[in-house]
Design a protein around this ligand. Structure first.
Ligand code: CDP
Length: 234
C-alpha cells in the first residue's frame, strides 16, 4: 500500500507529474514547463542513471539485488538546478551530468531501476524534493506511485520511430553515432522492461492527460500543458 501523504498544509504549490516511455519528449517539456512556471524541475531518470553509472564503474553484478540496494543506500545523489543551464547531477560529489547519458548507461539502467531497494531510496529523494510543491517531475511512476496526489498528471507518448529519431539526434549532438533501427529496438526493449517490473512500473494512470507528441513541436506540447495547468483543469 502506498502510505505516502504529501499535503501537510494547503498552501503547497502544485505538483506536476509527467510520465511516459523513453524518448517521448518528457525531459525537454518538463524543463520548459518548470522554467515558465518558475518551478523546480526534477529529472527522476537522472537519479536511476547516476546509480547505474556508479554500479557499472564499480563492476557490480547487475543481477545482485542486495549489492544494488546497498549501493543505493550508500550513495549521495543530488540534482542541482541551475538557471538557464542543464541541471547538474552529482553522484557522491562527482559531476556525472554528461556521463549518465551514454548509450551504455541507457542500456543497463532498467536492470538497476527494477530493484525494490533501489527504488525505495530514490523515491525517498524525489518525495523530499517535492515536499513543498512547485515542482515538475518526469519519470515512469510519478503519477502512479511517487506523487499519486499530484495536482496535474500528464502521460506523453509518441510513435516508436519518432522516439528513436529524436533520441538519435540527441545522441548525435553529444557525439554518439547510432543505428536508428537498433536504437528503436533498444528503446522498445527498455519500455517493456520498465512496464513489466513489479515495483513502480511505467504505467498510464486513468487521471493523466495523454498527449501524443508524434506530430507536435516542443512548443505546442508546452503550450497545451500550460493551458491545462493555468486553466486549473485536471
Ligand atoms: O530520457 P529517457 O526517457 O530515455 O529515460 P530517463 O527518464 O532518463 O530514464 C532512464 C531509465 O530510468 C528508465 O528507462 C527507467 O528504467 C528508469 N526510471 C525509472 O525506473 N523510474 C523513473 N521515475 C524514471 C526513470
Amino acid at each position: 500500500m502506498n502510505k505516502y501523504k504529501r499535503r501537510l498544509n494547503s498552501n503547497c504549490l502544485p505538483v506536476i507529474a509527467i510520465d511516459g516511455p523513453a524518448g517521448a519528449g518528457k525531459s525537454t517539456v518538463a524543463r520548459l514547463v518548470a522554467e515558465r512556471l518558475n518551478y523546480i524541475y526534477i529529472d527522476t531518470g537522472a537519479l536511476y542513471r547516476a546509480l547505474t553509472y556508479k554500479a557499472l564503474q564499480k563492476g557490480i553484478d547487475l543481477r545482485d539485488e542486495k549489492a544494488l540496494s546497498d549501493l543505493a543506500a550508500n550513495t549521495n545523489i543530488r540534482l542541482l538546478a541551475e538557471n538557464g543551464a542543464a541541471q547538474r547531477v552529482l553522484c557522491d560529489d562527482e559531476d556525472v551530468t554528461y556521463l549518465i547519458r551514454t548509450p551504455e548507461v541507457s542500456r543497463y539502467v532498467p536492470f538497476v531501476a527494477r530493484v525494490p531497494g533501489v527504488r525505495a531510496n530514490l523515491v525517498r529523494i524525489q518525495r523530499e524534493m517535492s515536499l513543498n510543491g512547485g515542482v515538475v517531475l518526469d519519470g515512469r511512476d510519478i503519477g502512479s506511485y511517487v506523487m499519486p496526489d499530484a495536482e496535474f498528471k500528464f502521460f506523453l507518448t509518441a510513435s516508436n520511430r519518432e522516439r528513436a529519431l529524436r533520441r538519435q539526434k540527441e545522441l548525435a549532438a553529444k557525439g554518439f553515432q547510432t543505428d536508428l533501427i537498433e536504437l528503436e529496438k533498444e528503446m522498445i526493449e527498455r519500455d517493456l522492461l520498465d512496464s513489466q517490473r513489479e515495483v513502480g512500473p511505467l504505467v498510464q494512470v486513468p487521471d493523466a492527460v495523454v498527449i501524443d507528441t508524434t506530430t507536435m513541436t516542443i512548443e505546442e506540447v508546452v503550450y497545451k500543458m500550460l493551458e491545462i495547468i493555468n486553466g486549473g483543469e485536471k
